[in-house]
Structures are given as structure tokens and as C-alpha cells.
Write a protein that binds this ligand. Structure first.
Ligand SMILES: [Zn+2]
Ligand SMILES: [Zn+2]
Length: 421
């Protein structure tokens, strides 16, 4: 076939999809326990939503969005992240009207039109959570506990570390930005071209730059934490105290400024040394001004997004395995197949995983298939059994066999499956 998938897009094949399901099930379980409810959002939005929320001067909006003109000329964009859409939906559907408090989560694909390079996909996937309506530190701590427990549920607590920072409020940041510019201007020569421009537009980004030169120049930048006002400093201290009380290990990283314009106060990243330079597997923070920026009332909020592809790199693509059938039905002749299919459906109706081939191949081939599938039992309906109205149940591990009346098969296998689980 001469049609291939687009660059930066990929297929998730059945074997690998198992680990995706495993992650999604863990998310539903843990997020649900914390009182978060799923929201399903469109993939396509008006471009204005993202330029207004993420910020015109960000890399994402400047050069990484999948934007095109829809018929009729509206500029539309495949969502590059989930927060903007969640806020739009929260406002558009009036979720804030009776009670501004809402805890939402979502999972699905996001799109960025980056230059395709190793490990960078144009369609990637995120699980995200957004918590609207609380400015109390308890909400920040709870969201972080949720994130930590989700990784714990997946058995990854030992492979990730949590870093937190506070970006303070707007006055704190403008004090800091002033100090930062003063510090960086005499050193601007050493910055990359991008950062020399950023120094005037948005100097916070300079600290975030991955270029080696910029890292050197910014090695001893002043700390934003020194510019926090009393309220913001207190908020941050209380978030950290709640994390300590709940045994969530974390380190303060005053250089973490996040790439998007809308963050304030608590920001955080979950990092893994096992992921190389692109080592953040989840990131988020407070965005108290965003709901208002998008035309709503002043509702404080925070949230995070986590990258499913990166999470799978940590977990291993084989972290979840195909469920093994309890039994494979092995049959001979047209009548054997008929009886086997009827029995199998009865078993499926009891929630028992039972495998069958629709083709009457040799017993040897059918037994081989039962082994390959990891079945515990084989149920044989050969010529003799069909004539006698029986079935032979073989325990493939123990090598034992018992002959059952067909009418006893379902009861016997239901027993075996309840012992199994
Ligand atoms: Zn402040
Ligand atoms: Zn730079």
C-alpha cells in the first residue's frame, strides 16, 4: 500500500494498547477516589482559545500549533494541551454558576506541529486533572498527593521525584523580572539568540532554556522565592507542610518557571532520571487568573498534565499482559464445534474467559494454541465425547483429566474460576 501514516503520528497496536488501558484504568481509579470526574473535550478548538490562554509569546503558540483555516475562514487548532479546553468547557457549560468548585480530569491526544525528531510525536497523549474554585493550599497539596498516588498505584514511586516552586503573584513576578533583567542584561552576550529576544519579552523563559550556553549564564540567577510577598510565601510554606505531613517527598526547585504564561504560585514537575534530557513526566501548577482571562469570573484553579508516552517509557511497553483464558475449547467435526460454541457462550455469560478456534484443526494444533494462550484448562469435545454427551476437561498444568457430563461443564469451570480469583 502506498498510503502511510503521517510523520509524527503512530499506531498503538493491540499488544501495546494493554499498557494504555492499564494506565487509563489506574487514572480512573485514583482520580475517582480523589473526587475528580471525567470530562470529554473536543480535539479541535478555535485558535483564539490557545493564543489567549497559553500566551502569544510562547513557543507553543508561536511555532508549534497545528493550526489551519476551516471552511468559512475560522482559524482552528488541534488542541496542544488540555487546560485551555477544560476552562472553556467549564465556562461555556456554566459549571461555575451554582458552585464554582469542580474537579475534572480528562485523557486523550494532544497535537503539536514540532519538527519530528526521535521521541517527539505530533500526536501525543496526556492525562490531565483540573481543580477549580479553591485557592487554599489544601487544594494544591491534594492535587499533588493525587499525582503522587497515581504514580504509586503504577508502582513508580521509586522512579520519579517531585519538584515544586512558587511563581508568586503578578506583583511578585514583576519585581523578580526586573531583578532578573538587571542580572542578565550585562551577560546577554552569552545567551542564545532566542533568549536575547526573550530577555525583553519574557525573561522568565531564559531560565528555562535548554541551551548549554544559557544554562551557564543563568547558573547563578537570583531566586524568585526571595521576591514572594507574605501571602504567597505563606501559601507555599503551607503546601509544603501538607506534603510533609502526608509523606509526599519533594524538593524545591526555584528555577522551575514553566513554559506557559498562565501559571502563578505553586508549580510542580514530576521528573524521572530514566527519561534522559526530556525528563519531566508530569507538570502543572496554579493558574488563578486563567478563568478570568477567558472571560469568566475570578475563579482560582490548578491542575496538571502528564505525558502517557513518557509514562510508558518508564513502565515498559510490556507492563500489562493479555488476560489468560481459563479454558480453551477443543473440538472435532461439525457437531463438536456446535456444542463447543454453545458451551463457550454460556461460559462467557458467567464472565469466564474461554477461547476457541472456529476451524476444526487437528487436536495437536488446537492444544498448541491452548498452550500459547496460557489456558489453564482444555475442554475436549471429540467424536467420542459428542456421542456420549460428555466433555473431557484437562488441567494443562497438572496433566490430569476428568470426564464430565456436558451439563456439568459450566458449573465445574465456574468453581475453578472462583478458586482462581
Ligand atoms: Zn504574592
Ligand atoms: Zn537560550
Amino acid at each position: 500500500m502506498d498510503i502511510r501514516k503521517l510523520k509524527g503520528f503512530r499506531d498503538i497496536l493491540p499488544g501495546e494498547a494493554l499498557v494504555w488501558q492499564h494506565i487509563e484504568a489506574a487514572a480512573r481509579r485514583v482520580f475517582g477516589l480523589y473526587g475528580f470526574e471525567e470530562i470529554r473535550l473536543p480535539l479541535l478548538e478555535e485558535t483564539r482559545l490557545f493564543s489567549r490562554s497559553i500566551g502569544e509569546a510562547t513557543d507553543i503558540v508561536e511555532k508549534e500549533m497545528y493550526t489551519f483555516a476551516d471552511t468559512g475562514g475560522t482559524s482552528v487548532t488541534l488542541r496542544p494541551e488540555g487546560t485551555a479546553s477544560a476552562v472553556r468547557a467549564y465556562l461555556e457549560n456554566g459549571l461555575h454558576r451554582t458552585d464554582p468548585k469542580a474537579k475534572l480530569y480528562y485523557m486523550g491526544p494532544m497535537f503539536r506541529r514540532e519538527r519530528p525528531q526521535k521521541g517527539r510525536l505530533r500526536q501525543f497523549h496526556q492525562v490531565g486533572a483540573e481543580c477549580f474554585g479553591w485557592d487554599e493550599p489544601g487544594a494544591d497539596a491534594d492535587v499533588l498527593c493525587l499525582l503522587w498516588d497515581f504514580f504509586g498505584d503504577l508502582g513508580l514511586s521509586g522512579r520519579v521525584s517531585l519538584e515544586v516552586n512558587s511563581l508568586g503573584c503578578a506583583p511578585d513576578r514583576s519585581r523578580y523580572v526586573g531583578r532578573l533583567r538587571e542580572h542578565l542584561r550585562p551577560r546577554a552576550e552569552g545567551l542564545c539568540e532566542n533568549c536575547r529576544r526573550r530577555l525583553e519579552v519574557n525573561p522568565l523563559r531564559v531560565i528555562d532554556c535548554k541551551s548549554v550556553h544559557c544554562r551557564e549564564v543563568t547558573a547563578d540567577v537570583p531566586s524568585l522565592l526571595d521576591d514572594l510577598c507574605g501571602d504567597c510565601a505563606d501559601h507555599f510554606a503551607r503546601v509544603r507542610r501538607l506534603l510533609d505531613l502526608q509523606g509526599v517527598p519533594h524538593a524545591v526547585n526555584p528555577r522551575m518557571v514553566r513554559g506557559l504564561d498562565y501559571y502563578n504560585r505553586t508549580t510542580f514537575e514530576l521528573l524521572s532520571g530514566d527519561l534522559g534530557a526530556q525528563n519531566a513526566v508530569a507538570a502543572g501548577g496554579r493558574y488563578d487568573g486563567l478563568v478570568e482571562t477567558l472571560g469568566g469570573p475570578a475563579v482560582p484553579a490548578l491542575g496538571f498534565g502528564l505525558g502517557v508516552e513518557r509514562l510508558i517509557l518508564l513502565l515498559g511497553a510490556d507492563a500489562a499482559s493479555r488476560p489468560r483464558p481459563l479454558v480453551t475449547l477443543i473440538h472435532h467435526g461439525a457437531e463438536g464445534l456446535e456444542r463447543a460454541l454453545v458451551l463457550r457462550r454460556e461460559l462467557l455469560g458467567r464472565g469466564i474467559l474461554a477461547d476457541i478456534d472456529y476451524e476444526s484443526r487437528s487436536f495437536k494444533a488446537q492444544f498448541r494454541a491452548a498452550d500459547r494462550a496460557g489456558s489453564r484448562f482444555a475442554l475436549v469435545l471429540g467424536e467420542d465425547e459428542v456421542a456420549a454427551g460428555t466433555a473431557a476437561l484437562k488441567d494443562l498444568g497438572a496433566g490430569t483429566q476428568e470426564v464430565l457430563a456436558v451439563s456439568d461443564v459450566v458449573r465445574r469451570l465456574t468453581e475453578a474460576s472462583s478458586v482462581d480469583s
